[in-house]
Write a protein that binds this ligand. Structure first.
Ligand SMILES: [Zn+2]
Ligand SMILES: [Zn+2]
Ligand SMILES: [Zn+2]
Length: 326
């Protein structure tokens, strides 16, 4: 595979000791191993034990390809990132790399094609640390700054691939992108390189990287946000209310990555307790919290979740990687 190249010094390598990136191809399913965390991972990573649990089989209808998609968490932090500038709290100064959180985004890889959900202000660093060498699509959840400000950094992929990148987003998000990045979309001749994209308003399921994507509408304070489901997993960041009409779209999940900012209520985000309520209701096999603020220490919060009766729920962390049946 050429889209990833080994970078022995990056944080993902330290966490997973991935000597060589895995290719994800149809038919490569390892029965019983839903995760791709490699042997040699630190044994204190709680996610490891789940990799030993047998797959019970998804309640989802059989997919047309029954292949595997690989999801990598590029960033698990809230809008200011962790450590937060000027803060010296115990999480911001923690030595645990899982307490170091870039802005929220995930990478999807399927059959050698790649898509990112959101282009954060950390997008360039996130792409560097996974050695991303190819990008085939961008999906946007919404147009808040922490989800779009890396948009200009897609240019090297335009140049290398000699093509525009398809962007999938709601009309609301597209309108804000056009405003925030007016130089990309106006008709003025550019004297320097600018992102090249094709815009695809999302109004229902669509297909990218050979994968059917189902948008999951939710409310994020006073704006709309899109979650995305792909096969047995869904990514749902930045939401305060999950409408009843969206819940059936999230039935039978193996993995749900969802917003859980902190314990103190926030008008635009889920608290840990609210996120657990969503988990109770939707009953995914595993759930991963993301968009995490510096109030939640990684290890301690995971211990808390176990003690509260949620051993299948954990904080996501930058570099978390698992396979998804699509
Ligand atoms: Zn956000
Ligand atoms: Zn802090
Ligand atoms: Zn937001």
């Amino acid at each position: 595979m050429s889209w990833l190249k080994p970078r022995p010094t990056n944080i993902l390598e330290l966490l997973h000791r991935v000597s060589k990136p895995r290719a994800v191809r149809s038919g490569q399913s390892k029965s019983g191993a839903g995760f791709t965390i490699q042997a040699g991972s630190p044994s204190n990573l709680r996610v490891n034990k789940w990799s030993l649990r047998p797959n019970r089989g998804s309640a989802l209808p059989a997919s047309p390809t029954n292949s595997l998609l690989e999801l990598t968490v590029l960033g698990s932090g809230t809008s200011m990132g962790v450590p937060t500038l000027t803060c010296h709290c115990r999480v911001c100064s923690s030595k645990d790399p899982r307490d170091n959180r870039m802005r929220p985004s995930v990478l999807l890889v399927h059959n050698g094609q790649t898509a990112v959900i959101d282009t954060t202000p950390d997008f360039r660093q996130q792409a560097l640390r996974v050695g991303l060498e190819r990008l085939d699509a961008i999906l946007f959840t919404h147009a808040h700054a922490d989800h779009i400000l890396g948009f200009d950094d897609i240019r090297p992929f335009n140049l290398r691939q000699r093509s525009a990148l398809p962007v999938y987003a709601s009309l609301e998000t597209i309108a804000t992108l056009k405003h925030m990045f007016a130089y990309v979309f106006d008709s003025a001749p550019a004297v320097s390189t600018i992102p090249q994209v094709t815009l695809h308003p999302v109004d229902g399921p669509f297909e990218v990287i050979g994968t059917r994507i189902v948008p999951i509408p939710a409310r994020h304070g006073d704006i709309g946000v899109l979650g995305f489901r792909f096969g047995s997993a869904a990514y749902l960041t930045d939401f305060s209310v999950l409408p009843e009409t969206s819940k059936p779209l999230l039935a039978g999940l193996d993995d749900l990555v969802l917003d859980a900012l902190r314990d103190v209520p926030h008008p635009m985000h889920q608290t840990v307790e609210q996120a657990l309520e969503v988990v109770r209701e939707l009953q995914p096999r595993r759930a991963w919290f993301t968009h995490i603020a510096h109030e939640l220490p990684h290890s301690e919060t995971n211990e808390r979740l176990i003690a509260a009766g949620f051993p299948h729920v954990s904080l996501a962390y930058d570099g978390l990687r698992f396979e998804v049946h699509v």
